[in-house]
Each structure stands twice: as C-alpha cells, then as structure tokens.
Design a protein around this ligand. Structure first.
Ligand SMILES: Nc1ncnc2c1ncn2[C@@H]1O[C@H](COP(=O)(O)OP(=O)(O)OP(=O)(O)O)[C@@H](O)[C@H]1O
Ligand SMILES: [Mg+2]
Length: 337
C-alpha cells in the first residue's frame, strides 16, 4: 500500500527581485535579469509519520522552501497540497495549526515580553486545544514533554539558555498538536554540547507523537540517525532523494558524494572524491545546463548543454522491507558507482 502523503510541494518556484536600482542605473536590464531564482521547480512530498531531511549548503533555498510550506511565503509558481488538498499561502486557522515551524533562532518564535505560561497558554486558548480549566495542567505536560520543569512557566525567554529556549520553541510548536513540524536548522545556533540532546528530543517526539517532520540542516552526518529519507538541495533545486542508508552507501549525484566526502572521516562510508571545491554560481545568473557543472569533478559536454531533470534512477530495498524510489538529477547517475 502506498504511504500516505501529508504535505506535497509541486513545482515550486520562488524569485526574489534583486537590485532593481542597479538594473535601472545600468540601463535596460530587464526585470528578469535581476531576479534571484531561490527555488526553481521544487517538488517534494512528506509522508505521514516520517522524518525527512532536507540538506544543502547555505543559500541553496532550504529556508525559502520551508517558508513556502508553512505559508509564510507565496511562491511565484507551483502548489502546496495538504492531505491532497491544495492550500495557498493564505491558510485557514486549522491549516496554520496543523503545520508548525521551529526556527534556527528560538527567539523568533518566543515573545520576549511574555512569560511562557502566558504565551503558550494563549495559543491553547485561541486554538481551543483543551478546556480553560485544563490549561495549567496542559502547560505542565508540555514543558515536561520537552524535558523542562514547570518552574519555567513563569519565566521570560531571556532568562533561559539557548538549549532551553529551543526546547520551549518546540513546546510552543507542539502545543497546538500539529501533524507536521518543519524544523529549519533547529540546533545551528546552539552550543555543540547541547545540539545532540535537542536533536534527540525532536526525534523522540516525532516517533512518540507520530509527527511528520521535515528536518532542515547543513550537515549530512547529523541527519543519518534522525531521518528515514533525505532530499539534497543545490541552488534552488532538489538534486537527489533517497532512503537515508541508500544516500550514504550509494549516492547518485556528484554533489551528494561531495557532501558525504566532506563529513569527518570517522563517519564516512565512501572515500572517492575530495570535499567540494569553490562556490556555487550566482542564483541571479544561472548557467545553461546542469547547475553543478562548474564544481563537478565528472563534468561532461552534455552537462554544459542540457539541464538534467530529477528522475527515478532505481528503487532500493529499505530497512523496513519496502522499496524506496531513488531520484537523482544527474545525467550520469547510473554511472556513479
Ligand atoms: N527575502 C529575500 N530577498 C532576497 N533574496 C533572498 C531573500 N531570502 C533569501 N534570499 C536568497 O535566496 C537564496 C536562498 O536563500 P535561503 O535562505 O532559502 O537559503 P538556505 O538554504 O536556507 O541557506 P542557509 O543554510 O544559509 O540558511 C539565497 O541566494 C538568498 O540570498
Ligand atoms: Mg536557511
């Protein structure tokens, strides 16, 4: 039986208008000349109860994609479907409730002028999560759920450490009992010593509550223990999607291989190419052909002429005994061994 898709992005494009002034000064540059292509034809599905990682280097479009999914940004093209229903950027209160986001900087989701009790209590009231008489008990349950004591309820966000604040941001997101959590680099701003505990917390909650989680990160090594599937983003495109073990053992895109090669040796499973060199091209001035051509150690003439589409390259058995599609956007995916 096919797994149920909770959230599906279809062909999402996002353009940011850059330096309109410049275009005017240098005379005649068309509007499209200065558009920054943050996302270009991105399709990705999140299944019920799964933990899916989205990885890629800085500027590849991960946060832009997260913002489209949660309705904070309207795409120039493409659609978001929730349980099969098209939902625009103008979301109903129910859709807003059911898709929650955790940000890199926990301050973005916590009001510094409100105690935790007031801020999260307000959400419980507005969304009628529990009857008013049960709000206090629910608040205690929520902070305990993220590993904090009930004393935190009467403190302000500024009184906490980064790790505690991120736990509170997670409690806040979970307060409204979402189905989906989009976690955009939830530990990048935290001390290395607390990163693992917060990641494990998200992972435990995902399993206990049956949440569908899109976990966004830079670092491929941390997602290995957290996620079942991985999608790799490069310059506004998804370039590879596969089961997590398959991604590490049998990557089918040179960019993914470079990401894996850049992981410290202890965690490496393949050692073929050196870590990725150079910078990506500008998203304002994209090359003809493959976007990875300028950094690809295996580039061929075809890569400079034809833009490779994301396509099915194999279906591989997973730890759960199912078969998982392996998608790659490399002309020569089958030749990567
Ligand atoms: N509001 C904006 N206006 C103009 N350009 C933007 C805006 N937001 C993002 N961009 C550009 O869009 C591209 C994608 O940015 P985005 O923040 O989505 O990347 P990211 O993968 O989340 O990067 P990071 O890992 O650094 O968080 C980048 O080139 C960025 O400079
Ligand atoms: Mg980001």
């Amino acid at each position: 039986m096919p797994e149920e898709i909770m959230l599906e992005a279809r062909d999402i494009a996002v353009l940011f208008n850059q330096s309109k002034g410049f275009a005017r000064i240098f005379g005649g540059a068309r509007r499209s000349d200065s558009a920054l292509h943050a996302l270009d034809g991105v399709s990705l599905s999140l299944r019920r109860g799964e933990s899916l990682a989205l990885v890629g280097e800085s500027g590849s479009g991960k946060s832009t994609f997260a913002n489209v999914l949660v309705g904070r940004l309207a795409p120039a093209a493409g659609q978001v479907h929730f349980e099969g229903e098209h939902i625009g950027a103008e979301r109903s209160i129910s859709h807003r409730r059911r898709i929650q986001m955790v940000f890199q900087d926990p301050y973005s989701s916590l009001n510094p002028r409100m105690t935790v009790r007031r801020a999260i209590g307000e959400l419980l009231r507005v969304h009628r999560i529990v009857p008013p008489s049960e709000i206090d008990a629910e608040l205690v349950r929520l902070v305990n759920l993220v590993g904090l004591d009930e004393e935190v309820l009467d403190a302000y966000p500024g009184q906490f450490s980064g790790g505690q604040r991120q736990r509170l941001a997670i409690a806040r997101a979970l307060a409204v009992r979402p189905d989906i959590l989009v976690a955009d680099e939830p530990v990048s701003a935290l001390d290395v010593s607390v990163q693992a505990t917060v990641l494990n917390l998200i992972s435990e909650l995902q399993r206990e509550l049956g949440l569908s989680v899109l976990f966004i990160g830079h670092n491929l090594s941390v997602v290995r223990s957290l996620c079942q599937r991985v999608a790799v983003m490069y310059l506004g495109r998804i370039v590879e999607v596969a089961d997590v073990d398959e991604i590490f053992d049998n990557p089918k895109h040179p960019y993914t291989r470079a990401l894996i090669a850049s992981i410290p040796r202890m965690h490496r499973t393949i050692e073929r190419e050196p870590a990725i060199q150079g910078d990506p091209p500008s998203p304002i001035n994209l090359p003809v052909g493959c976007r990875f051509q300028s950094r690809c150690p295996l580039v061929q003439d075809r890569c400079r002429a034809e833009d490779p589409a994301l396509r099915l390259v194999s279906a591989t058995p997973t730890a759960g005994g199912e078969f998982e599609d392996h998608l790659s956007a490399c002309h020569y995916a089958e030749e990567l061994v």
